[in-house]
Ligand binder design. Structure first.
Ligand code: GAR
Length: 190
């Protein structure tokens, strides 16, 4: 089977990346992770190195301004000619160059039930608001902050004793299979 190339962007521990890589080891998987790009020396890059997948760091501080970083990030992604770009805990907003090059083919996973609690602190904000149910969302990326089309969601109950860490761990446990399912769906459709 001809597998479609996927580039994954990360900033953190890469548990969602690890789930995508584990799924790609299956014979029936419709995608291959062909590169992992980070905006910093993210711990999650180790998952890619262990799987002998090319990695690259494109950090904002290594560029004169945001526009130059946007161009460099786009060039780094485009070099792998991906069918799909997956933001898996990538904690920077992507700019017009990446959206122009891959519009409609960039997805993001977010640890809240959008449109509630967008932004960098989805778990903390849900806890602070006192909602009883939160979850995760996989969305299509557009020019806004977590405003793109919602592709899939899973709900997670908030417990009285939850901290940001315990809640985030339970969210990640359902987020990983959800992201894998959406990536498989988007790469299986020809
Ligand atoms: C994930 O929970 C993801 O939803 C979140 O960062 C975590 C990364 O975990 N992303 C955002 O908050 C984006 N606004 P991981 O590095 O273990 O995959």
């Amino acid at each position: 089977m001809n597998r479609l190339p996927v580039v994954v962007l990360i900033s953190g521990t890469g548990s969602n990346l690890a789930a995508l890589l584990a799924s790609a080891r299956g014979e029936d998987c419709p995608y291959d992770v062909v590169a992992v790009i980070a905006d910093r020396d993210a711990a999650g890059l180790e998952h890619a190195r262990a799987a002998a997948i090319p990695t690259q760091i494109v950090s904002l501080s290594a560029h004169p301004d945001r526009a130059a970083w946007d161009q460099a990030l786009t060039a780094a992604v485009a070099a792998y000619n991906p069918h799909l770009v997956v933001l898996a805990g990538f904690m920077k907003l992507v700019g017009p160059p990446l959206l122009d090059a891959f519009g409609g083919r960039i997805i993001n996973t977010h640890p809240a039930l959008l449109p509630s609690f967008p932004g960098a602190h989805g778990v903390r904000d849900a806890l602070a608001h006192g909602v009883k149910v939160t979850g995760c969302s996989v969305i299509e990326v557009d020019a806004g902050v977590d405003t793109g089309k919602i592709l899939a969601q899973t709900a997670v109950e908030i417990l009285d004793e939850d901290t940001e860490e315990t809640l985030h761990e339970r969210i990640k446990a359902v987020e990983q299979p959800l992201l894998v399912e959406v990536v498989r769906r988007l790469t299986a459709a020809r």
